[in-house]
Design a protein around this ligand. Sequence first.
Ligand code: ADP
Ligand code: MG
Length: 461
Amino acid sequence: MVAEAAAAAERVVAELREACAASAARLNEVAAAMEAEMRAGLREEGGSKVKMIISYVDNLPTGNEEGVFYALDLGGTNFRVLRVHLAGKEKRVAKRESKEVSIPPHLMSGNASELFGFIASALAKYITSEEGHSSVFDDKQRELGFTFSFPVRQTSIASGTLIKWTKAFSIDDAVGEDVVAELQTAMEKQGVDMRVAALINDTVGTLAAGRYNDEDVVIGVILGTGSNAAYVEEASTIPKLEGELPKSGNMVINTEWGNFDSSCLPITEYDQALDEESLNPGEQIFEKLISGMYLGEIVRRVLLKIASQSSIFGNVSHTKLKTRFILRTPDISAMHHDDTPDLRIVAEKLADNLKIVDTSLVTRKMVVEICDIVTSRSARLAAAGIVGILRKIGRAVPGDKRQSVVAIDGGLFEHYAEFRKCLESTLVELLGEEASKSVAVKLTKDGSGLGAALIAAAQSQ
Ligand code: ADP
Ligand code: MG
């Protein structure tokens, strides 16, 4: 009986391992498909599921910027208001303050004016509390960078219409509207005298924040609740870019790689079910395989399947196990990193989150393996995406002597050590020992806040 249960569970795990396998050969196909989709997306609007959005950011910060700038960061779990005092090459960021405000869940699916009203009032409160005791206060109109981490169609650096919501947001009346205009109107209603100087995405912000500190940064990647990448493209290689070429010759492209999809992706029955039951079925397929919002949920679905086919979890009520998103990626990470001899943390997580108690050590080891399979696939696919971008811009290829730095932000990359290690080793595996010496990844925190302020600054000078 016990042996049978174990065998049934092991079959589920073996199938998962097989379906998630991402060999180097497979990942090279993924990288090539990513590169091809990027080219198609640059050719014309709607040319690819990978939207390759022109950010209109043609100058990244150099470090010379000076002045006081604000930023708003919307798109993650929390919303943030930020204020920085930039003091030039030597002194850099002389001062920075920020405040985090959580968005009431009902506003995430309400209407646009409520959401933007909430944001503007948080900004107004922040300004009164901060400017009051500021030493650098003067009466210049303040400039603000707005990080809005959802796909937007931009026509200039400070305007853009929302294409669609992703992650936990879904506010119908905002789709198709200019989010800068909505914010500016809401700010006026609150009596905030500030100009939105740049509308950016967290990925572009991460690229900017990375570049501010290291001129070799050419790619910014987000691996947090969602996933996305931005990079510096040669403007002359963007067929869909209309009008004059920017003086710098460069254009930052927000790839929106989360929406990448390809028959070479290793997709399982769990991913398919997750996608079908999601807020955005058929969309953000790459993101659903990679990002922190989903890894825990994929593992939960595997555990539920095991519970339905075997008794290794004992006499468990399926109520918890059937609750979507009850297992979160930080839980997966904690179980994966459990180094206690009897996997005490795994036991705790299973008991606390899923009411699965009295598991055997063998069962707990199996749970760790499931976390490892799901997370390795995610990290390896993220690495393949980065390699696709590097190849697109001729970096880390034979003959290229330049140093290329990838600035990465997001809780998944920052806190999940096994994920990070796997991503880094996969880059070496795909690029080769020699070429990978010219590539570095660098945790770049807070690009979504500081990055927007830096771009607002770079833009105004
Ligand atoms: P956001 O992406 O919402 O802007 P973050 O970059 O901080 O915010 O990323 C938060 C996400 O990172 C969470 O949704 C979660 O998926 C993931 N995360 C946070 N902490 C951990 C952790 N300890 N281990 C693994 N993933 C984590
Ligand atoms: Mg973020």
